[in-house]
Design a protein around this ligand. Structure first.
Ligand code: MN
Length: 295
């Protein structure tokens, strides 16, 4: 078994713009957890929003450079536009995988339809680092609609895995990634139990999104908690075992090959050196990230 490092408590919530009430489970700006190649994860636990006839809630135009943002809509809808010409609505079950690469400007709001009707809103935004050689990749995004994300049953009717990225049991995930990454929604039935394998050289993180789960038959984790693991020593088996409580559980599993390069973050930019950050700010101010079309 891969050994658990820490089961972190739930974190205080803060607003991102006026649309996303999130807890930050980890951040490269704190640097207190080993999460490479993942930089940051904000979790907006399910929250009810009243119908809103005014301007949709969210975050207005802002830049990104040097990494990827992954938005998973579990409930509700996010409307997005960016300076690469992309735009659309991330609906319930959809994932947007945006490569900020050499620079992008975008906005993220509750969709007009969701704003009108109101309802429950639940979302994850994950930042995935890019290796030095790909930080200048052309900005683009992948819209991964729910019906394109493979769902693989777990053995013994224990539940299923939604393979957003990577592969589970030879089933390839929907997203193209620059470095080897697994991003799985693991949904366990009540008392469902499953053994999961990820490559032994990957960093491994779990976010419990729903329910209670026993990990490796030793530690318990609950909704909103992040679990980190030790790296696997030579000759050890890197599997983990999950067992849901009486109400079932949903766990977001993240694993990835570490990039092992210096990380210098400044707001929405993540580069390898201070000099590259200064250049990113200059380039953004000079309008080199493009602009959003008039809506
Ligand atoms: Mn953004």
């Amino acid at each position: 078994m891969r050994r658990i490092n820490t089961v972190y408590g739930t974190q205080p919530k803060h607003w991102v713009g006026d649309g996303f009430h999130v807890q930050s489970l980890f951040s490269h700006m704190l640097g207190d957890k080993v999460t490479d190649p993942f930089l940051m994860l904000d979790y907006a636990a399910s929250k009810y929003f009243e119908p809103n006839e005014g301007a949709p809630r969210g975050v207005g135009q802002h830049p990104h450079k040097g990494f990827e943002t992954v938005t998973i809509a579990y409930r509700g809808e996010v409307a997005h536009r960016d300076s690469s010409g992309g735009g659309g609505v991330i609906r319930q079950g959809d994932v947007q995988w945006m490569t900020a690469g050499d620079g992008i400007i975008h906005e993220e709001f509750h969709s007009p339809e969701f704003s009108r009707t109101g309802g429950d809103f639940e979302m994850v935004q994950l930042w995935v680092n890019l290796p030095r050689k790909d930080k200048g990749a052309k900005a683009t995004y992948q819209h991964l609609s729910n019906d394109r994300i493979p769902v693989v049953p777990l053995a013994d009717n224990a539940g299923h895995v939604r393979v957003i990225a990577g592969d589970y049991q030879q089933q390839c995930g929907a997203a193209k990634t620059y470095t080897p990454i697994n991003l799985w929604d693991v949904v366990l039935r009540p008392n469902g139990q499953s053994q999961l394998s990820v490559p032994s050289d990957h960093t491994l993180l779990l976010l419990v999104m729903k329910g209670d789960v026993a990990i490796n038959a030793s530690e318990q984790a609950h909704t909103g908690q992040l679990v980190t693991f030790e790296s696997v020593e030579q000759g050890e088996v890197g599997d983990i075992e999950l067992r849901a409580g009486d109400n079932g559980a949903t766990v977001l599993l993240l694993s990835g090959e570490p990039i092992n390069e210096p990380v210098v973050g400044y707001g929405p930019f993540v580069m390898n050196t201070e000099g590259e950050i200064r250049q990113a700010v200059l380039d953004f101010n000079a309008g080199k990230f493009g602009q959003l079309n008039e809506s």
